[in-house]
Design a protein around this ligand. Structure first.
Ligand SMILES: [Zn+2]
Ligand SMILES: [Zn+2]
Length: 299
């Protein structure tokens, strides 16, 4: 009997700290503009950094608009806006897009990806990455918009069903996040693992998923991918411990209850398995896996 446990890839934030929403669901809101008012007052300070008012910043970043700030101040500003889904951060002084054409390209690429124009999106994201890279905001020459662009090259390939180039793109993205932003690297590694899984390279996928979870222990989606894989390699104990860990972290995770049902069924505890599928369906009435598993068990 085929029991369904769907494999999922991480569909959340394309890059930035604190956010967990899928990048494609996030608009490029302009809400961040409100927050700029404070900084804008600093325009009076014609020289030095208009954000922190330091007269002679030790590490200056000159933006494409030619205004200059502390590198750290711009990084903080960009991250704060990106957390709100606003990648179109603007220069606090002149309101030009923070990273010039990179911002515009990123926005266009997101729209192309949403419209299914994956080849065009890959090209635009690459253009955004290359345009953002020279404006390194983070340590070691990193730029979070560049990392986000690289990550989304992977997403575009993935959506087009091209797993090999998607895996390579995610691999490249995972090394572009600053150490302080382990979540970004974790997402890229997790998705690279999922691509390799699709390509039948299961052991390599598991290694990447484990690496991703070590970097971001709150990542329940990847933990469930691991649980499913452990189950399929007949390591039921490891699968069980993953599932229970996820349910403890997210008591309303329907996918976790479905996998718990599959494990219980494998152990011959059919009544408890039925109960787990029922909980999964209660939490997510649209869950096709739990519905089919329950039908199969009852039929
Ligand atoms: Zn500053
Ligand atoms: Zn400016």
């Amino acid at each position: 009997m085929w029991r369904r446990v769907a494999l999922d890839s991480r569909r959340r934030c394309c890059a930035l700290p604190g956010t967990r929403a899928g990048s494609e669901e996030r608009g490029r809101s302009r809400s961040g503009m409100q927050q700029l008012k404070g900084e804008a007052k600093a325009e009076a300070a014609a020289s030095g950094c208009a954000i922190c008012l330091e007269a002679s910043p030790s590490d200056t970043l000159v933006l494409p608009c030619a205004h200059s700030f502390c590198r750290g101040c711009i990084d903080t500003l960009f991250c704060r806006h990106a957390e709100e889904g606003d990648y179109a951060s603007r220069c606090p002084t002149c309101r030009a897009p923070l990273f010039g054409v990179a911002d515009n390209s990123f926005g266009q690429a997101m729209e192309q990806m949403a419209g299914g124009a994956y080849d065009a999106a890959v090209e635009r994201f690459a253009a955004a990455r290359d345009a953002a890279l020279p404006f390194a905001t983070g340590p070691a020459g990193l730029n979070r918009l560049a990392a986000a662009s690289q990550f989304n090259i992977g997403r575009a390939h993935e959506r087009a069903g091209r797993y090999e180039p998607a895996a390579l793109a995610y691999r490249a993205a995972s090394s572009m996040y600053p150490p302080a932003h382990a979540v970004g690297a974790s997402e890229a590694l997790s998705n690279e693992g999922t691509m390799l899984f699709h390509l039948g390279r299961h052991a390599a996928a598991v290694a990447l998923w484990e690496e991703a979870v070590a970097l971001d222990p709150t990542d329940t989606l990847t933990q469930l991918n691991l649980g499913m894989r452990y189950l399929n390699s007949s390591d039921i104990g490891a699968a069980q411990s993953k599932v229970e860990q996820v349910i403890e972290q997210e008591p309303h995770n329907a996918r976790a209850y479905n996998l718990r049902g599959v494990i219980l069924q494998r152990l011959g505890r059919l009544e408890q398995a039925r109960g787990a599928y029922a909980v999964a369906l209660e939490l997510d009435p649209q869950s096709p896996d739990a519905a089919r598993n329950l039908d199969a068990l009852n039929g």
